[in-house]
Design a binder for this molecule. Structure first.
Ligand code: ZN
Length: 148
């Protein structure tokens, strides 16, 4: 869902590797930075591989599957832009590629609280907040219903 304007939202970094990450999100893709030498993933994006020191980086489409690693409910807004949104849940998920990402649950209900717990499997879906800002959010993976 895209809204026309939510001008008070902070905007992503406009330079460096992080800007590429956000540009892919705006284009509807979740891509992760990977080292061309040792194939280690990095998130947030970095200019140099932490494992082998290589400067050779590439962007790889993520599988969009993750596990909830940590969860907290935010009651006090950290920015004025979020004052009317509290309380909401913040999550740390471990993507199947092995890197961690800070995210929120999909806005399935107001307030933005989830039933997600540590260890739950989620898929990462993209949510266009504005024309310039798309966020990766965590949606529960519904277990397959047994055949009857
Ligand atoms: Zn490397």
């Amino acid at each position: 869902m895209s809204s026309a304007r939510e001008p008070d939202w902070p905007t992503p970094a406009s330079g460096g590797a992080a800007a590429e990450f956000w540009a892919f999100l705006r284009a509807g893709e979740l891509r992760l930075q990977r080292c061309r030498e040792c194939h280690a993933y990095a998130h947030p994006p970095v200019p140099v591989c932490a494992r082998c020191g290589s400067l050779r980086r590439e962007w790889v489409a993520a599988q969009r599957r993750a596990e909830v690693w940590s969860r907290t409910t935010v009651h006090a807004p950290v920015l004025p832009a979020f004052a009317d949104r509290v309380p909401y849940d913040a999550l740390v998920v471990r993507l199947d590629e092995g890197v961690f990402m800070v995210t929120n649950p999909t806005p399935v209900a107001e307030p933005l609280l989830s039933l997600l717990e540590v260890g739950d499997r989620v898929e990462i879906v993209l949510h266009a907040v504005t024309d310039d800002l798309t966020l990766p959010l965590a949606r529960p993976i519904t277990p397959a219903q047994p055949a009857s």
